[in-house]
Ligand binder design. Structure first.
Ligand code: HEM
Length: 376
């Protein structure tokens, strides 16, 4: 998509697609404004997404505006602060080592399937107190959701998946009502805002968002990082000798191959963006992946450069909806990549590997990542 973005930033930075009725925003400053100016650009799905998935997410943080957004978000911020998340580091390391134990002696594996996918799913499942064996379900579900966002249509398979997801989460919520534990869902179950419990739709929204939305993205961050690191010769050697560079290199991956390429908004009233007038109620796509390569913001934007510092990318959004899971995603990526680089020496893509990207305009990542390394 990147050459297309570059052309659009130049020729039509705020573009009206008459066929779909959507407006597309490509430059860094505009994308930042659209993501953060919630008074002008609403996050509600409203009537725009009648799909079942839309309904499942309709009362979640990501589709709510203030004041409700602030109230809901305040219930979960504590669980995701960098400090709270750091406490998970030993467990994340242990899981990573176990996953690598399974493949290290093989010399070759699909790193998405064996590492980048299972790690975030297990971590979030444990945080929410979900039985480990159910995690294969989440993978199926998130794949269907991704394909749904690609086609924008709902077929029988989508319908069944969404029904299954809704029922699974309703059961889970019900279970926690009877037997509360130390997990996040139990906490949300008993939480009150102005003396009122959350609605079932809001509880469902939290489950769907936390269990599905954060997984695929973290998987892709890890996968995209391996791709970036193996693509530029010398990168892995440098990261092994200068370990303090890794957090910055991960920020550069987030900029260069952003796992979330686009987010939606709707205009609240008639408004202008740049020179362009946009009517009220217009659906808008903010192209994060384009903003992160805008030459107005970054020098040599098409170059992957682990020496780049203080990277003000928009990969986690900006403003009140800034990704709640960012500290967790970064910690998981750091632990997983550190261990991968040190335990899989001479890591490269498998020769002749066919790298197929996921078919989505929102999620950017690889379906599989066949890799090879030296064994003793
Ligand atoms: C919001 C990206 C991982 C939970 C967002 C937004 C982006 C994003 C761009 C902003 C949405 C908007 O402005 O409308 C990513 C990326 C991730 C990642 C690139 C991994 C590399 C996670 C994880 C979790 C998570 C691991 C869960 C633990 C959330 C939640 C929101 C959110 C709950 C909604 C926040 C709100 O609306 O206030 N994420 N995310 N994300 N993310 Fe993430």
């Amino acid at each position: 998509p990147f050459p297309h973005y570059a052309r659009m930033r130049e020729a039509a930075p705020v573009f009206h697609d008459e066929q779909s009725g959507s407006w597309h925003v490509f430059r860094y400053d505009d994308v930042q404004q659209v993501l953060s100016d919630h008074a002008r650009f609403s996050s509600r799905l409203g009537g725009n997404d009648p799909s079942e998935t839309g309904q499942l997410f309709a009362s979640s943080l990501i589709t709510t505006d203030p004041p409700r957004h602030r109230q809901l978000r305040s219930l979960v911020t504590q669980a995701f602060t960098p400090k709270a998340v750091d406490a998970l580091a030993p467990r994340i390391s242990q899981l990573t080592e176990e996953l690598l134990d399974g493949i290290a002696s093989r010399g070759t594996a699909d790193l998405i399937q064996e590492l980048a996918y299972p790690l975030p799913v297990i971590v979030i499942s444990e945080l929410l107190g979900i039985p480990a064996q159910d995690r294969d379900l989440f993978k199926q579900w998130s794949d269907v959701i991704v394909s749904q966002t690609r086609t924008g249509t709902t077929n029988e398979n989508h319908y069944l998946t969404n029904k299954e997801m809704t029922e699974y989460f309703l059961d889970l919520i019900e279970q926690r009502r009877h037997q509360p534990g130390q997990d996040l869902i139990s906490n949300l179950q008993s939480a009150e805002i102005d003396g009122q419990k959350l609605s079932v739709a809001e509880l469902l929204g939290f489950c769907a968002l936390l269990l599905v939305a954060g997984n695929e993205t973290t998987t892709n961050l890890i996968g995209n990082a391996v791709l970036c690191f193996t693509e530029v010769p010398g990168t892995i050697d440098r990261l092994l000798t200068e370990q303090s560079l890794l957090p910055q290199a991960i920020e550069e991956v987030l900029r260069f191959r952003s796992p979330v390429q686009s987010m939606y908004r709707v205009t609240v009233a008639d408004t202008t963006l740049g020179e362009v007038q946009i009517p009220a109620g217009a659906p808008l796509v903010a192209w994060i992946g384009s903003a992160n390569r805008d030459e107005r913001q970054f020098q040599r934007p098409t170059q992957f450069d682990i020496d780049r510092s203080q990277i003000r990318h928009l990969a986690f959004g900006h403003g009140i909806h800034f990704c709640l899971g960012a500290p967790l995603a970064k910690l998981e990526a750091k632990i997983a990549l550190e261990a991968t680089l040190s335990r899989l020496p001479g890591l490269t893509l498998a020769p002749g590997a066919h790298l197929e990207r996921m078919e989505s305009t929102i999620i950017y990542g690889l379906k599989t990542l066949p890799a090879r390394w030296q064994t003793a």
